[in-house]
Design a protein. Structure first.
Length: 469
């Protein structure tokens, strides 16, 4: 398993296309249905992929997409978490000229900033800050929403900040859709500033993205707030309230950040957190992902944890067969679209040396059980209000484990607004039960968040948990 997810090439990348014709034919049927469901639900506009390499150096290319030189971290990073390493203007892929000459919905800046990873070491993280053109009409100064994107993949070309520039990126066997841009633009329209994190290793070319690592994600999101406050020329003030917002992987990141904020970032004026479909218990979540349209996410998880803890590499090596090793390498450069088309509905037992599913491997390996136990969200109490939403039929990021997170927080005395999203069963294992609540609950989630950013108090409904689905 290679620790890198990109290749360096001094030659001009070949013309991007949706699927590399040299790759084996893809299964259709359920794979196509899942892909169509994602595209139809998320409806991103197509913008051609482009990038600028740095003069005198070889560009980084991931599946035919050249990664801008901006994403190459320097050898040395600042000491303070959230310190800016570099910035540059970021053209938004979807924007319009305003009547007053300002771009709508705002002016974006690409960021690289310093954070601390789960091992306590320094890590460069990229992202984007958007200064809205709209005025903030709520209470207090203009607030800031730190948005943690849902699952994008593990290839550098999948970075959320790149998707703001290119809402649809197509390369050689890769396709990435910036579906969380919708939430970004809704907050901007309300007059809230937005900062988006790419997480550790997603975009930056020095390491793999440590997918669903709660500490890496929580730190990256909180440090994005610190970085945004240092961007020149913003309308943010020291009194600006902050909201954390995320769904799916982003829901786990925002939930983790809410727990870590009191100790890691007490300087962040956190007013509220939205955690939608948070993967709080990865042992249970992996069971839901196994055999689903998003089975490739198992590869991202394994790759990420093996990078965070190199001692796991021997465990992975011993428990995967040749097919599994090839899949781990393949997924390390994939985005969501690639994973659906390349590994959708794969059962993990096809990757394991003993032919047993990954859940059985984890149950038999104390080291793996310990790693996943360390990732459990719900052991700490958020100090500010949290709204947790979960679809009752979500079988990808299981409903019950998300509900359990609400119960765990309530038992610790946290201010929790729990929302069970009641929708019909839209089809098992094809992502629809996971995506539908993302869309149907978004308006309510944003309204709840803008209330917190305006200074309105949240009323916990923990008392209702015994009768909530």
């Amino acid at each position: 398993m290679s620790p890198r997810k990109t290749t360096r090439s001094s030659s001009t990348p070949r013309t991007p296309h949706l699927l590399d014709p040299r790759r084996p034919g893809r299964r259709t049927g359920r794979l196509l249905a899942a892909s169509v469901a994602v595209a139809a639900c998320l409806g991103a506009a197509a913008v051609p992929a482009s990038a600028i390499g740095s003069a005198g150096s070889e560009p980084v290319v991931s599946r035919g997409v050249t990664i801008p030189a901006f994403y190459d971290p320097p050898a040395q990073l600042p000491a303070a978490d959230g310190s800016l390493v570099r910035t540059e203007p970021l053209p938004l892929g979807l924007s319009l000229p305003g009547l007053d000459g300002r771009q709508l919905p705002g002016t974006a800046t690409r960021l690289m900033y310093k954070s601390t990873d789960a091992g306590g070491g320094p890590v460069a993280v990229t992202g984007a800050y958007i200064e809205p053109s709209a005025a903030w009409k709520g209470g207090g100064p203009r607030p800031l929403v730190a948005l943690a994107s849902g699952t994008m993949g593990q290839g550098d070309q999948c970075a959320p900040s790149l998707s703001l520039q290119h809402p649809l990126t197509i390369g050689e066997g890769t396709v990435s859709i910036g579906y969380d841009n919708l939430a970004v633009y809704r907050f901007l329209a309300a007059g809230a500033a937005v900062v988006v994190t790419d997480y550790a290793g997603l975009g930056t070319t020095d390491r793999l993205h440590t997918y669903v690592n709660r500490v890496d994600e929580g730190h990256a999101l909180l440090d994005a707030v610190r970085a945004a406050r240092s961007v020149a020329g913003t309308s943010l003030t020291p009194e600006s309230r902050v909201g954390l917002y995320g769904y799916s992987q982003g829901g786990g990141a925002s939930a983790s950040a809410a727990e870590l904020q009191p100790s890691y970032a007490p300087d962040v004026n956190l007013a509220g957190t939205y955690a939608g479909a948070p993967p709080a218990d990865l042992t249970e979540v992996m069971k839901g992902i196994d055999g689903s349209a998003l089975a490739g996410a198992l590869g991202w998880s394994i790759n990420g944890f093996a990078q965070s803890d190199p001692s796991l590499k021997a465990v992975v090596e011993a428990n995967t067969n040749d097919v599994g090793k090839a899949a781990l390498k393949d997924t390390s450069t994939m985005c969501v679209g690639d994973a659906i088309l390349g590994h959708g509905f794969t059962n993990s037992k096809k990757w394991t040396a003993n032919g047993k599913p990954l859940a059985d491997i984890i149950a038999a390996e104390p080291k793996l059980r310990a790693v996943l136990a360390q990732q459990r969200i719900g052991n700490l109490k958020p100090a500010s209000p949290v709204r947790l939403a979960t679809g009752v039929h979500d079988d990808i990021v299981g409903h019950q484990q998300s509900r359990q997170l609400a119960v765990d927080w309530c038992r610790k005395g946290a201010n929790v607004t729990y929302e069970a999203v009641l929708l019909p069963n839209l089809g098992d294992k094809i992502l629809t039960n996971h995506l539908a609540p993302y869309l149907t609950d978004q308006g309510s989630a944003i309204s709840w968040m803008t209330d917190r950013l305006s200074g309105r108090k949240a009323v916990s409904n923990c008392w209702s948990m015994p009768v909530q689905p």
